[in-house]
Design a binder for this molecule. Structure first.
Ligand code: PLP
Length: 373
């Protein structure tokens, strides 16, 4: 059994995929070819934003807006400790300071009440200047944006939505990617919409910021390639990856429906045995991951492994306890919810081509897991 089955998906889209790739091979515009613009247009319609800027990875989709917003030393950017390293890494790369905010124990996303407290304590402390917040839509479920946006507005700071896992999800009728001032997503192969390499995209309605980010994506270029207005990066999405994504977009809405159905089937089989994911009213998850909470994780994982069922732990170490961030001075118990979640979380196989028989096998493997914790 596969944790994420990309082979079956490839077979499902084979014809369209080959046509798309062939077309790139015949026009030979491997960098910024017509597929890149077509993809940006299609994604703008899908997410419901004015500007889409595709880029080289999910990490760069976070880095580019932070560069455009002029983040640097002395600035505080608030984020969650329960995420992939990239979310905080980009803040530090620019010389700014990540300030962590504990999560909600049910949604695993940034707790807006904690955010309020942490912003206030940074202001009281006076060493750092609050500049922005990067909530993460973990496992595909959007963070709780209404209170976050309202707090951000009150303090005059920006919101960058880390939608790397949530493309296709939504919050109060709005699509993930459109929920902050800027949205950032990843097309890493394992994400809900993945390409066949690295890729990402940035979403915004802010015209001025969009123009800056378009410039930063290609070395800070001005009106032509050899005029440089600012420092930028080599942050383009390959034309071939855009072609792959255009083929995958054709089946993406169906795949999202399949993920919903699979998550509900999991819930039914598992809700009496372990803690299943909580999706609050008004939220729709893109189900990048289906993650359960159990005190007996090691036993469950070992039992599934014996049956040939792969699982994963996202994430075993919260970011405030990562060696790279030791200089920030955080210690154990600083973020009790994130730490407790990291000890109990377990992600099960999740992809649109998972069969009912496979789900049954997984549920059975969890039900029959016994032994010491
Ligand atoms: C995958 C991921 C990223 C980084 O995306 P890459 O395309 O791998 O650079 C950032 N944030 C989160 C939450 C992710 O899951």
């Amino acid at each position: 059994m596969e944790f994420i089955n990309l082979k079956t998906q490839q077979q499902a889209i084979q014809t369209g995929l080959e046509q798309r790739i062939k077309s790139v091979l015949s026009h030979c515009q491997y960098i910024m070819g017509p597929e890149v613009e077509e993809l940006e247009k299609r994604l703008a319609e899908f997410v419901g934003v004015r500007h889409v800027i595709t880029c080289s990875s999910g990490t760069d989709s976070l880095l580019i807006p932070l560069m455009a917003l002029g983040i640097g030393p002395g600035d505080a950017v608030f984020t969650t400790p329960f995420t992939f390293i990239a979310t905080a890494e980009v803040i530090v790369l620019l010389g700014a300071t990540p300030v962590f905010v504990d999560i909600n124990p049910h949604t695993f996303n940034m707790d807006p009440e904690r955010l309020d407290e942490v912003i206030k304590s940074v202001l009281t402390n006076g060493k750092l200047k609050p500049k922005g917040v990067i909530p993460v839509d973990l496992f595909g479920l959007p963070a709780d944006y209404d209170p976050i946006i309202s707090l951000a507005g009150h303090h005059g700071i920006f919101v960058i939505e880390d939608a790397a896992q949530s493309l296709g999800g939504s919050y109060q009728g709005r699509r993930a990617g459109s929920l902050g001032h800027v949205g950032a997503t990843s097309f890493f192969p394992a994400k809900p919409l993945g390409c066949y390499g690295d890729g990402g995209a940035i979403f915004t309605d802010d015209e001025e910021l969009a123009q800056k980010m378009i410039s930063i994506r290609i070395h800070g270029k001005g009106s032509h390639k050899y005029e440089t207005l600012r420092l930028g990066i080599n942050g383009r999405l390959d034309t071939l990856q855009a072609a792959v994504l255009l083929a995958k977009l054709e089946v993406f809405p169906q795949e999202l429906k399949a993920r919903q159905r699979i998550a509900m089937t999991y819930n039914k089989g598992l809700e009496s045995i372990v803690e299943v994911p909580v999706i609050p009213d008004g939220f729709i998850s893109a189900w990048a991951q289906y993650s359960i909470l159990t005190e007996r994780r090691a036993v469950v994982q070992a039992n599934l492994h014996k049956r040939g069922i792969p699982t994963a732990i996202y994430y075993p170490t919260p970011l405030h306890l990562q060696p790279v961030f030791a200089y920030l001075g955080y210690k154990e118990k600083d973020f009790p919810v994130a730490e407790a979640t990291a000890k109990r979380i377990l992600s099960l196989p999740m992809h649109p081509y998972l069969t009912d028989a496979e789900i049954e096998e997984i549920v059975e493997g969890i039900r029959t897991s016994s032994g010491p914790c």
